[in-house]
Each structure stands twice: as structure tokens, then as C-alpha cells.
Design a protein around this ligand. Sequence first.
Ligand SMILES: NC(=O)C1=CN([C@@H]2O[C@H](COP(=O)(O)OP(=O)(O)OC[C@H]3O[C@@H](n4cnc5c(N)ncnc54)[C@H](OP(=O)(O)O)[C@@H]3O)[C@@H](O)[C@H]2O)C=CC1
Ligand SMILES: CC(=O)N[C@@H](CCC(=O)OP(=O)(O)O)C(=O)O
Length: 347
Amino acid sequence: MQKVKVGIVGGTGYTGVELLRLLANHPQAEVSMITSRSEEGVAVADMYPNLRGIYDLQFTQPDSEKLKSCDIVFFATPHGVAMSMADDLTSAGVKVIDLAADFRIEDLDVWSKWYGMPHTEAKLFDKVCYGLPEYFRDNIAKAMIIANPGCYPTSVLLGLLPLLKAGVIDPSNIIADGKSGVSGAGRGANVAMLGAEMSESFKAYGVSGHRHLPEMKEKLTQLSGGEVGLTFVPHLVPMVRGMENSIYATMKTDMSQAELQQLFEETYKNEPFVDVMPAGSLPETRMVKGSNMCRLAVYRPQGSSQVVVTSVIDNLVKGAAGQAVQNMNILFGLEETLGLTQVALLP
Ligand SMILES: NC(=O)C1=CN([C@@H]2O[C@H](COP(=O)(O)OP(=O)(O)OC[C@H]3O[C@@H](n4cnc5c(N)ncnc54)[C@H](OP(=O)(O)O)[C@@H]3O)[C@@H](O)[C@H]2O)C=CC1
Ligand SMILES: CC(=O)N[C@@H](CCC(=O)OP(=O)(O)O)C(=O)O
């Protein structure tokens, strides 16, 4: 079988280099083009020495004519870039996976409000599928454009959906308390992410509203069939990789701790990248660092009516590049775990 020819637009950011790391171990994919406007002509291995001896590629300008020689193009770019090239590429038969948010929210008025720009590509939405494989696998396989979910939405949706879909919790008052490492903010220069600014400190941000909230609410509503009231508060943690979301909801159907555990285990029993931790244990971000796994735990503390779910992912892997490769595998009918069997790094 011929290898899938991959192009990456935006290869110098953290998600771009993470795609390169994962695809280096993919037996059925070959990166044939990688772009950067600022680093044109620079060898990938000169910029990222961890890739020395693995890639013999140079950064080129993002040229959609040249990208049409690929089978699939990943956009690891700021919001708005994939939207400008997706029509041209998909019309030529090239599949697109956007790691940014251009196609994540179907309500385009909502999208424009949160992303601060008009959405120009409403016509493409019949080619789009939201790329959370655990809930949209069949439609992903048929799509031309995959909207790779945001990192917080990936972790929160995987933790919350078993409860919402089973009608166990009151959907009107859910809290998701998120914490992310600083690589989530990307590689661009940003004073708030300097070591002296963020280390030895911990803060909430986006409390009055974060752009991942409308993404989560839209998908939760679609999948559960009713309105969802969600408060989401992200926090910045002084670590590089990883995120944890603690999710709080009130039960409307009485379920014991053992029944809740069984609900989660049953929901994800065939999922290669969701691990329901044994009853009584808790996932930590280091248990998923560098891996495509989401690890979850569910609790009913002190027999109260509250359910607490904790969910961890590596924001750059299951929260971005790993999930994108998982989606590519589905799009091309490949084994879903190809290139994604890395075990988390401890310590
Ligand atoms: N970091 C994370 O944990 C996650 C990030 N994401 C999303 O993935 C995307 C990439 O993130 P990250 O890797 O952190 O990003 P960075 O901001 O660090 O990198 C962006 C890349 O895009 C290129 N680029 C910028 N503008 C354009 C343009 N107009 N046309 C073509 N290329 C452009 C840049 O190269 P150059 O300017 O040289 O062309 C660079 O290679 C973002 O949308 C981010 O929100 C998603 C999930 C998680
Ligand atoms: C710590 C940090 O700044 N995180 C980013 C989200 C991470 C991310 O990359 O989200 P997208 O997938 O939507 O780009 C933020 O809060 O905006």
C-alpha cells in the first residue's frame, strides 16, 4: 500500500513539530511538505535537532498549488488560515485537518463573535466533521475537512459525555475547572508565558468567557439532545505540557459509585485512547505526557449528589497533533492506533 502523502502548513509551532514527531513513527504516512513563511529554506532538523537524521525536509512557503500534490494537509496555524485554503485543496481532492478552530463551531455567528473575524466559508460545512473520534468516528471517515477539537473541549467532552448521554446528571448546572500547561499558548513570543512571569504562580484566566466554552456547549447540546448550562474556568499551571479538567455535576438519577464506574468502563471499553482508571485512583498529567491517551476517573464523594470526573490529556497530543493523526488514520481507513502507541514519559 502506498504511503499517505502529508503536507503540514505551519510547521514551526509546537503542534507542527509534534505532528513531525508522531509521523516519524507512522508506518503508512510520509511528510512531503512543511511550510513556514518566516523560516523558508531552513532545514527542519536545523530548527528542531530532535528530528536530525529523521527528516530531510526544508520549510517552504505555503503554496496551495504545491500542497495539492499531498493526500492530506494538516493546518497547525492560527485561526483563519485553514479557512482561506480549504476550498481550493478539498476541490482538488486533498483532505484537510485543521488543528485550529476554523471549522469547530457550526453556528458561524457564534464563531465570529468569539474569534473576532467573519467566517467566509459557510459553504464548506457539508464537507466538515468535528474530529472527536470517540463520538463522531463514522462521520469522520466520510468527511473531507476535519475540525480537530480544542484541547480543553477534548478533555471535557470525553469526561462529561458518558454522564450526559445516559441522562444521569442535571444538564443545567455543570462546572468544568480546567488547568493547562503553558505550551497550550503556542510558541509565539508572549510575555505572560515567560518563565519569570508564570513559574511559582497559578492563575485562572478567561473567567468571563473563553472561546472553548461555545465549542463545548454546541457539541454537548448536539450529542445529548438538550441545552447544557456549563461554567468553564481555565487556569494556567507552571508546567510545559499537559492539562487536567475536574468536572462537577449534580446527579438527577441516583447511581452508586460502582454504577458510575461501570457506566464509564462500558462507554469506553473499545476505545484505544480513553482509559478509565480503576475505582479509587486518580489520573495525573504525567500519566499521559507524550501519549495520545485520555485518562479519566469518576467519583461520587461521600455519597453526596455530586459527581466529579477528572480527565487528563497531553494538550499537544490527544489535545492537538495526536488526535489529528488519529483522525488521519480514520480518514484513510488505517488502523486507528498507527503512529500513536507512544507510552507516557515518567517521570
Ligand atoms: N498549543 C496547543 O496546545 C494547541 C494548539 N492548537 C491550535 O493549533 C494551532 C497551532 O498552534 P501552535 O503550534 O501552538 O502555533 P504557533 O502559533 O506556535 O505556530 C503557528 C504556525 O503557523 C504558521 N503561520 C502563522 N500564520 C500563518 C499564515 N497566515 N499562513 C500560513 N502559516 C502561518 C507559523 O509559521 P510562519 O509564520 O513562519 O509561516 C507557525 O509555523 C493554533 O490554532 C492553536 O490554537 C490546538 C490544540 C492545542
Ligand atoms: C494555556 C493556553 O493559553 N491555552 C490556550 C488553549 C489551548 C489551545 O491550543 O486551544 P486551541 O486548540 O483552540 O487553539 C488558550 O486558553 O487559549
